[in-house]
Design a protein around this ligand. Sequence first.
Ligand code: UDX
Length: 460
Amino acid sequence: MKVTLFGTGYVGLVTGTCLAEMGNRVLCVDVDAGKVARLKNGEVPIFEPGLSPMVKRNFESGRLDFTTQAEPAVHHGEVIFIAVGTPPDEDGSADLRYVLEVARSIGQHLDRYAVVVNKSTVPVGTADKVRATIAQALAERGAVIPFDVVSNPEFLKEGDAVEDCLRPDRIVIGSSSERATQVLRKLYAPFNRNHDRTVVMDERSAELTKYAANAMLATKISFMNEIANIAERVGADVEQVRRGIGSDPRIGYHFIYPGCGYGGSCFPKDVQALERTARTVDYDARLLGAVEAVNHAQKGKLFELIERHYGGALKGKTVALWGLAFKPNTDDMREASSRRLMEQLWAAGAKVRAFDPEARAETTRIYGERADLTLCEDAYEALDGADVLAIVTEWKAFRAPDFARIRDVLKDPAVFDGRNLYDPAQVEDMGLAYYGIGRGRSLASVPVPSAAMLRPAATA
Ligand code: UDX
């Protein structure tokens, strides 16, 4: 099929490339001419496992192409995806400006029936706004051309996006048109080989499904962080509690890892946006507000532990920091917990020596060169001249470090484990002080199986 995709950001580029991989002819549009030129040159602007070779392969075979021109792109697609950004505006609501600009441009150039698909995460009711915007642009040209608008949210995880896209666990189609539903069923048929994963519903329910999924996952994390904070105070170990509750299939092991807070482009933004949506319909979403508040506090947790360790005297200290990205296998720093920690440390007069396998360039882009930040090429290099070590992102490379080496290099051997990667007893046996999230110190004498060993890789 012929497919057009507006927006070559994370979602657009991954979706477009996977659709091309399945044999469709995909044209991706972006207003950023530099980005389009780089993509045509085989340069993929984001770090996502498996994406780069797939873009190259499909571009070279002619199934995937990039342009800045809206008009030929609208003429190309039987299915036209809108996958542009919806950044939060000042009050946390999703800003629909880019989505509606694309809708307008579709209305200006549409020349025959097409299915317009909202892929961006958009507030409930956006399908109606997109429909009205296209209709208005068509009316301005005096054109009468049929079209449908469908909501088809994505559920891609950064770091696993290609895999998630090729093997989705569900394909949500929010559509009130049978014709459009059939077009999308045909497009997604190759992704549905073993059993049908399509869930067809109305547009508003599809739009809400996306927010509900992310809010549910964020709630699980904040809930666990709350339990961790209680565990810390009552002398229990949240890692044992986690295994105790996860074994109940109604609760499950996924997304109950306590830590120094969730980040990324989705959870923080979507929880806030859903809360705002609720407010616009006179509902006070108290639970969502609490999820957000717990996460905000949790992002300050590592700083709080380090500050307490030094009785508040952080001026002149140097903290080695492992992990800058908001999670492993990405270079994305949006809402990353590392940012809060670094900013708090700098404000307290401390210095940071940081290492991340992928996010160093992104860190420089955000913070520039500064005297109190040294970006290192290697995890152990970050320890040179540092007082203590803090782990913020659970990259695999950090899971089984050489504790003897850490102990010997740090001036004040202490590990602040923001993702509960290590067994506290093992670290302490090596002669380091250990601070985790919600690991009551009264249990330090009880042998604790290594959390890293028990952690399923898929939820990293
Ligand atoms: C998320 C959703 O998982 C995905 O379905 C949706 O389409 C987009 O948002 P993503 O933002 O890529 O994906 O990351 P995810 O793997 O979900 O992690 C989000 C954050 O939660 C990370 O900062 C991670 O460290 C944190 N997290 C995750 C926890 O703190 N504990 C957990 O148990 C799981």
